[in-house]
Design a protein. Structure first.
Lengths: 554, 466
């Protein structure tokens, strides 16, 4: 698939669906409780024209496959306890994001590329921490830039000692940009490398080899070439032995069925309608119909057709589609349709059986999709009207929205409801629930809301602080129209910055730091002449000309 | 009482539930405000008023005796033109906005609220004047102005209610809550917080401050937001009468002073108003009114023009280039110790362009008053001060100028300010002349009678039944 996105509009829609049989760049091998994800990037299988993926460098296409593999391992292979990430190329683990791809991409493309690859790395950590699938990096060759950052997303890092292989973050000295997938933050926050050593390491283009890398905490250990595989195998066995045995059979993740039209995208439970001239879209999630499975066995039998999994896979795909393929849709109105009782029934089942591996995965997946929404650089307004079902897990949509409009019409039934899932199962990147993040000034409000008996009608929701505005039926149409028109007229850049600043109140976590630093620093540097100007380092990379910096500090 | 009797209108109010609800809630509050803050002491009197009962040519000038609270305020709009186009700015030639475009909601609301706030403010400023009227003719004119300001408030409130949802209703309520001159809840514009407690002030106010209203309304009558344009067009027909009251009022004072000067050099001895005091009142109100046009260099004016919300005076009639992105306007600004000329992009100077129209119009009135002086053989002349003198907004703020526009020190200004602006003693003297004359056909000694009455009635007609 070759498309030209770099110089303008996408000529081909980027598709996020794939499966191991279709992978170009990764080989997934399963062996009992061990899975091996080996990188073998095909240099001509690029998503765009104008570059080759040499030395296991990657573009978005490579990362879509990695994200798919990580997701599939959780749902399809619960028996896997350890995932080894390694390379099939001799002496090279991974050279990171392809620099020529970055050099020819639009700013928006670079931003979305980095965001997605970060989400994949956070998903790897999420799997290590919550799915008892521990990721270890077996660096059988040099890991530079994004290659080392991928290793940093693993729980343990092992490097081959062959007199040549090293780990490095050469972005600053070579490219005049930053490691874009959380490398700097993970060095000091996750691996707790001393900051002066991290400083030296991050300006040392060739990086560090085994002995010094281990001393500084950049890797966990190093082994000579002939003993490398054996050492990895031994460590894998130790990890498997230390983790509890689970008897479980996975479920298959089938491709989503999507009907696309010029101005929309329809899934079974999700619809996206685009009003391109007005630069906004309606994203509607539908509740399940009745007759819902209530036991893990019945849910396992439904597999990926179970509402709580399918609807959120569809939402995830719709969000990714919007981000990459619809840059001009600046505002998304989040809507829901269906029976609140059915949604609350789903949440009750999920809550009751949350210790079951599959139910646990379904909830973790929901949480990841909501975090993807939180991190999406579009305005979100939740629109709550008769027939909507912002309840339990779908209430998170309203809580994730930048604003919430709820119709105030006593003649009609318009309600919100909470469930146990709102109390902690779906955390934001800041580690708090959306309710907590909303009511930082009055944390006791969260308890009051969660303890509320029955549903919230508009007056109760307004009084509880769950909605931004509650126009009555006479004002409703005009208020919504004006709110939409007003929002879409504002500077998209200022809105992105404002929304990201307001969405993540409360404490910092590794995740919020990574995304915050990425959007603040990396995206700034990506715009600066010292990176992308005529004499910028990124522009001149690989050319006979040298970068010339403007040495004035800001 | 039917809806139409309570709120006369031609906007199909009975079928617009939202608007009806908003206005019905607002109406009693408005009447309360009128009784509390409207003309003091004459609410139950019969007054010979002109009432608009429709937008037909003969419908807007219906004369009869009315008690002011029974004046049919209501809502009359020129019928909308569905094919109207935006007449200027970046969207020139596109269909006019029949509803508020979301991106301009706040700007438009600000424009309408600022204009709307002036209407009740002036009624409040003038509420005690009835007790000191120089004649029944003038008393009637005062009340005519007052009820029409009330109607203009209704017009602006109609826009807020019809097009701005809850925010609009809240703004409409606040229009009745602010009070002219109240330090805790003042009216928005400073000129509308100045006391207007004698008739010379009243004539100056209607001459100069209402004339600002004329130019603001004219600029808004060009608006691409069609409901605003239509409303302002109708308001302008009434604004003309207010300016007539002011211009002829000052003219009659000047004429009377000129007559008295035939008899004595010191008109104070015969209860006349000296020309110097008239000049100081002109200086005061003219310059405060210049402030109402806003800063000489303004990004708001550029934004409003670009968006098609506020045009120039007679945009369609007088101009051919309605885009106005090219060209500059020379603005005099202060730099260091000097007044320099600075070229400003046209769109950023539109406040100044509008102010220039106003200045020319004011000069025309000045010429007429000076003719009265000449006719009586008086050699002294009235003048308009420099538009840099006594300014509280824009480029000349915080600098001091004499009436000829020369930059002077603050000390110099303070030393000479009593030559230029009314002193407490001047105001007290004018106040001392304010004694009510309410016998039909009689008039106070400091002002000449009008050349003709209202609606072809004679001067001695009983315009107000006391």
């Amino acid at each position: 698939m070759a498309i030209s996105y770099g110089n303008g509009e996408p000529s081909l829609t980027i598709n996020f669906a794939t499966s191991p049989e279709q992978y170009f760049h990764w080989k997934l091998t399963l062996n009992g409780a061990t899975a091996t994800l080996a990188m073998d990037v095909q240099e001509d299988e690029t998503l765009q024209d104008g570059y080759k993926l040499k030395l296991n460098s990657y573009d978005l296409g490579v990362d879509i496959e990695l994200a798919d593999a990580v997701q599939r391992l959780r749902f399809e292979h619960p028996e896997v306890k350890v995932v080894v990430i390694t390379s099939l190329k001799p002496r090279i683990f991974c050279a990171g994001a392809n620099i020529y791809m970055l050099g020819t991409s639009t700013h928006a493309w670079k931003v979305n590329f980095c965001k997605f690859t970060n989400e994949t790395r956070c998903a790897i950590e999420d799997a290590s921490h919550h799915s008892r699938q521990k990721y270890i990096a077996a660096l059988n060759g040099t890991a530079s830039g994004g290659g080392y950052e991928l290793a940093l997303a693993c729980e343990e890092i092992y490097l081959v000692e062959d007199g040549n292989s090293a780990v490095s973050l050469p972005e600053v000295p070579l490219l005049g940009v930053l490691p874009g997938t959380g490398g700097l933050t993970r060095l000091v926050d996750k691996r707790k490398v001393r900051r002066d050593r991290a400083d030296v390491f991050s300006t040392l283009a060739e990086g560090l080899k085994g002995k010094r890398a281990k001393e500084w905490g950049l890797i966990d250990d190093y082994f000579p070439t002939t003993k490398f595989q054996e050492a990895i195998d031994r460590r894998v066995e130790e990890l498997i032995a230390a983790s509890p045995k689970v008897e479980a059979t996975g479920i298959k993740l089938h491709p989503l069925k999507i009907e696309t039209t010029e101005n929309g995208r329809d899934y079974r439970y999700v619809s996206l309608r685009l009003h391109r001239e007005k630069r906004y879209g309606d994203l509607t999630m539908r509740a399940p119909a009745g007759d819902l499975p209530t036991t893990p066995e019945a849910i396992q039998a439904q597999g990926d057709a179970y509402w709580a999994l399918q609807a959120y896979r569809e939402l995830d795909d719709a969000l990714l589609y919007l981000r990459v393929n619809e840059p001009e849709i600046g505002l998304v109105c989040l809507r829901t349709a269906g029976d609140i009782a059915n949604l609350l029934a789903v949440d009750e089942t999920l809550t009751t059986h949350r210790e079951h591996w599959l139910i646990g995965e379904i909830i973790l997946h929901m949480a990841r999709v909501f975090r993807r929404l939180d991190l999406t650089a579009r305005s979100f307004f939740a629109i709550i009207e008769p027939g909507s079902c912002f309840a339990g897990n779908l209430l998170e949509l309203a809580l994730a929205a930048d604003r919430t409009y709820m119709l105030n019409d006593p003649a009609q039934k318009i309600e919100l409801a909470t469930s146990a899932l709102n109390a902690g199962a779906l955390p934001m990147s800041n580690g708090l629930t959306r309710l907590h993040s909303r009511f930082l000034a009055k944390p006791e409000t969260v308890e009051t809301i969660l303890a509320h008996q029955g549903r919230f009608d508009t007056a109760a929701a307004d009084a509880a602080g769950l909605v931004t505005a509650a126009p009555d039926d006479l004002d409703w149409d005009d208020e919504i129209r004006l709110a939409i028109e007003e929002r879409t007229s504002l500077s998209p850049d200022a809105l992105t910055g404002m929304e990201a600043s307001l969405r993540f109140a409360g404490p910092e976590t590794l995740d919020t730091k990574i995304y915050g630093r990425l959007t603040a620093w990396q995206n700034w540097i990506f715009q600066r002449p010292n990176a992308v100007g005529e004499h910028g380092a990124l522009t001149n990379y690989g050319k006979p000309t040298q970068a010339k910096f403007d040495y004035r500090r800001t | 009482m039917s809806l139409y009797d309570r709120i006369p209108n031609n906007v199909n109010l009975s079928e617009d539930v939202r608007l009806q609800r908003a206005l019905e809630k607002w109406l009693p509050n408005y009447l309360d405000w009128w009784r509390e803050m409207g003309p003091d002491g004459f609410q139950e009197k019969d007054i010979y008023l002109r009432t608009a009962i429709s937008v037909e040519p003969n419908g807007w000038a219906h004369f009869d005796y009315v008690k002011m609270p029974d004046y049919r305020w209501g809502i009359f709009l020129v019928p909308p033109d569905p094919d109207a186009k935006i007449g200027f700015g970046d969207n020139y030639g596109k269909s006019a906005y029949q509803e508020v475009p979301g991106e301009f909601r706040n700007s438009l609301r600000r424009i309408i609220v600022t204009q709307g706030d002036t209407e009740p403010a002036s009624v409040e400023q003038q509420r005690q004047l009835g007790h000191t009227c120089p004649s029944l003719y003038d008393l009637r004119n005062l009340f005519q102005v007052n009820v029409e300001e009330g109607r203009h408030l209704w017009a602006m409130v109609y826009l807020l209610h019809a097009y701005f949802g809850r925010d609009g209703r809240e703004e409409a309520d606040e229009l009745l809550q602010r009070r002219s001159g109240n330090p805790d809840k003042p009216r928005i514009l400073q000129a509308f917080n100045q006391p207007c407690d004698d008739w010379l002030n009243f004539y100056c106010f209607t001459m100069f401050t209402d004339r600002d209203g004329k130019y603001q309304l004219s600029a808004l009558a060009e608006s691409g937001f069609e409901p605003l344009a239509l409303t302002c067009q109708f308001m302008l027909t009434e604004e003309a009468h207010h300016m007539f009251v002011g211009e002829t009022g000052i003219g009659r004072v000047v004429k009377r002073t000129a007559q008295l000067l035939q008899k004595t050099d010191d008109v104070r001895t015969v209860s006349g108003i000296p020309l110097e005091i008239i000049q100081k009142y002109i200086n005061f109100w003219y310059t405060y009114s210049l402030d109402l046009f806003g800063g000489e260099i303004s990004s708001n004016s550029a934004d409003f023009f670009a968006a098609g919300l506020k045009g120039r005076f007679q945009e369609q009639k007088k101009y051919t280039d309605h885009i106005a992105v090219e060209g500059v306007v020379s603005i005099e600004a202060v730099e260091g110790e000097r007044v320099i000329t600075r070229d400003v992009p046209l769109r950023n100077a539109l406040n100044e362009v509008l102010r220039d129209e106003y200045v020319k119009d004011s000069e025309r009135a000045l010429a007429r008053w000076n003719k009265y002086l000449a006719d009586e053989g008086i050699t002294a002349r009235l003048y308009l001060p420099s538009s840099r003198f006594h300014r509280h907004v824009g480029e000349y703020l915080n600098h001091h100028f004499d009436v000829e526009g020369n930059l002077i020190s603050e000390a110099e200004f303070q030393r000479r300010v009593e030559e230029w602006l009314p002193t407490m003693a001047d105001r007290e003297y004018v106040q001392s002349l304010m004694v009510a004359v309410t016998e039909p056909g009689k008039i106070a000694n400091w002002i000449a009678p009008p050349s003709s009455g209202v609606n072809n009635k004679p001067f001695d007609f009983e315009y107000v039944r006391l």
